[in-house]
Design a protein around this ligand. Sequence first.
Ligand code: HEC
Ligand code: HEC
Length: 143
Amino acid sequence: MKKQAIISAFAAAAIFTAAGIAFAQSATVQTLRGSDVSDQNRVEDVFQQDEQRFPRNYRQQPPLIPHSIDQYQIDLKANQCLRCHDWTVAGERGAPTLSMTHYLDRAGNQLDRVAGTRWFCNQCHVPQADAPALVDNTFRPSN
Ligand code: HEC
Ligand code: HEC
């Protein structure tokens, strides 16, 4: 009698599990991108860079980057921006040299190597984007 009860409990559990799987398979998953999960989603290249140096909007502005930076690694040990912009190589690479502020440490000492505070370039410099303004802006620099 007891054995019978255990067997029917197992049978019931099996039926519920099978029903659960069937339900899960029939429910369609909603996608946020509106396309199938196996589709290639190509991002349109709408916001191209202007690729020319912009005048600065105010005196202390970190100039916008007029070239792509996707391929230049910056991490704890490597900084590929310096391969063109460091004072030691900028002349021969035809790139603008880092200004003196990039070689001053926190105590105001002049260094030969880029200061730690200026290591992560894209903390201040961002690539240009030919994109519409997100909000109206009436900013005017002081003169
Ligand atoms: C292969 C060499 C090269 C590398 C690497 C490189 N740059 Fe440049 N960069 C240039 C050149 C050349 C220009 C000047 C372009 C021009 O005059 O149109 C420039 C211009 C700039 C300017 C504009 C300066 C101004 O006064 O308008 C900034 C900012 C800049 N780069 C930042 C970076 C950052 C940040 C990195 C790394 C993520 C980087 N660059 C990596 C060659 C390089
Ligand atoms: C803490 C912010 C900050 C960081 C980090 C920084 N910069 Fe700058 N950068 C500036 C500002 C502000 C200016 C403009 C004023 C000046 O020259 O100090 C500037 C100017 C420049 C210029 C133009 C220099 C000139 O005389 O025309 C270049 C090129 C440049 N930065 C490249 C870089 C590169 C490459 C790195 C990374 C090694 C870097 N910067 C890191 C803020 C920063």
